[in-house]
Design a binder for this molecule. Structure first.
Ligand SMILES: NC(=O)c1ccc[n+]([C@@H]2O[C@H](COP(=O)([O-])OP(=O)(O)OC[C@H]3O[C@@H](n4cnc5c(N)ncnc54)[C@H](OP(=O)(O)O)[C@@H]3O)[C@@H](O)[C@H]2O)c1
Length: 247
């Protein structure tokens, strides 16, 4: 399938490692001019250089940083046709564990980042009457994951925001979707399961019998960005080796 994406401009946040990096690599392979962002500068610059992308460090949990990131992106690469909304996940904890400050911090990182990035990027997409927005969420939007209340609640909110946006933007040729990874082989999964035996037990529950590769999650995101995916909007594409299929 021809993606039709050659020459488009993409902004990918959380792009220095894991799933975000794989999406940046996948888009670059389709001829997209990619702007990659994350907080730690050295790693970001190193990964961006490997694929000829532009690196602009920023912390997406801060409104001012998003304002600077999107302004610099437009000035140095052009107004993005494609926005990939991704970052690290919020810390683990049971339903009543996080205090108000933890809820607010997680909301800034996961929900408000999505809203602020959309606000900044949509006017240009509307002008060109073409755009793709993809949020990286989690299977927790279908089935809450024990001890991850911040992720469970806030990714559900991101999904509802994306669906609301999708109907408003459809007349302008802009699609808004999510990819929902199950357990994927990145640094994040090893932070969540520091004990290798616990990770092994979790993997044993995945019908496919293994973790997803970041590139497999990226393939779903790149497809949703493609020109032929123009009629797919407001959807969540789950990449989990069957984990949610038997629930
Ligand atoms: N891996 C899984 O099994 C899995 C499953 C379901 C959902 N997810 C979700 O998918 C997303 C990506 O996961 P991953 O496994 O690829 O995570 P990862 O390997 O930890 O990578 C996270 C990326 O986001 C960047 N980042 C973190 N906080 C940021 C911030 N405040 N501002 C800007 N960039 C930030 C990180 O770089 P810096 O630290 O340098 O900023 C890094 O580039 C996460 O939201 C995660 O919760 C992952």
């Amino acid at each position: 399938m021809e993606s039709g994406l050659s020459g488009k401009i993409a902004l990918v946040t959380g792009a220095s490692k894991g799933i975000g990096l794989a999406i940046a690599q996948g888009l670059a392979a389709e001829g997209v001019r990619v702007v990659m962002s994350a907080r730690a500068e050295a790693r970001l610059h190193e990964e961006a250089a490997k694929i000829g992308a532009l690196a602009i460090p920023a912390d997406v949990s801060q409104a001012g940083e998003i304002e600077r990131l999107t302004r610099e992106t437009a000035a140095r690469a052009g107004s993005p046709d494609i926005l990939i909304v991704n970052a690290g996940g919020p810390p683990p904890g049971g339903a009543l564990a996080p205090d108000d400050a933890a809820w607010m911090a997680a909301a800034e990182l996961t929900l408000l980042s999505a809203i602020r990035l959309a606000r900044a990027c949509i006017p240009g997409m509307r002008q060109r009457r073409w755009g793709r927005i993809v949020h990286v969420t989690s299977t927790s939007v279908l089935v809450p994951i024990p001890n991850l209340v911040l992720s469970n609640a806030l990714r559900a909110a991101v999904t509802a925001f994306a669906k609301t946006l999708s109907t408003e933007l459809a007349p302008d040729g802009i699609t808004v979707n999510s990819v929902a990874p199950g357990a994927t082989d990145t640094e994040r999964i090893r932070q969540l399961y520091p004990d290798p035996k616990a990770l092994e037990a979790a993997v044993a529950k995945i019908p496919a019998g293994r973790l997803a590769a970041p590139s497999e999650v990226a393939a779903a995101a790149v497809f949703l960005c493609s020109v032929p995916a123009a009629m797919i909007t407001g959807q969540t594409l789950v990449v989990d080796g069957g984990s949610t299929g038997r629930i």
